[in-house]
Write a protein of this length. Structure first.
Length: 137
């Protein structure tokens, strides 16, 4: 009796998932940190500088975990309150797929992931993680 061979799973490192399924995933904070200052960029006293960093979030309780990370910059709002703002596109092991299980394509994938990042309340947890790291080091 001959068995039908299943197509091999893609081994390119991506977790392929539909947008609806990704939106149902609970992401938890893994790590955040500050970027080191580049000495070549420090020109003189009084120069405006930026505080920048990174953050990584992961899914909880999945056999194949989602990993979603991005860079951020600390901006001062007009109210004087500091706020973290995403900089650039996120990094992830996720490749979104449509209803026919076709990849979104890299550019569209990253744009949608960026929209997801912008919609989740990540800034407070990121600031708290940076404060904990700064106090203990």
């Amino acid at each position: 009796m001959e068995t039908e061979a299943k197509p091999p799973a893609l081994r390119d490192g991506f977790l392929r998932i539909a947008l609806e399924d990704l939106l149902a995933v609970r992401l938890v904070h893994l790590v955040s940190g500050l970027d080191e200052d580049d000495p070549s960029q420090v020109r003189r006293c009084g120069t405006i500088t930026s505080i920048m960093g990174y953050t990584e979030w992961v899914s909880e309780g999945m056999a194949e975990p989602v990993s979603l990370g991005w860079d951020w910059r600390l901006d001062r709002l007009q109210t004087g309150e500091a706020n973290c703002m995403r900089v650039g596109l996120p990094r992830s092991n996720v490749m979104l797929i449509d209803s026919a299980k076709r990849d979104y394509g890299w550019d569209r994938n990253l744009q949608v992931l960026a929209s997801i990042v912008d919609a989740i309340p990540w800034a407070g947890e990121t600031r708290a993680a940076i404060e904990r790291r700064t106090i203990t080091t």
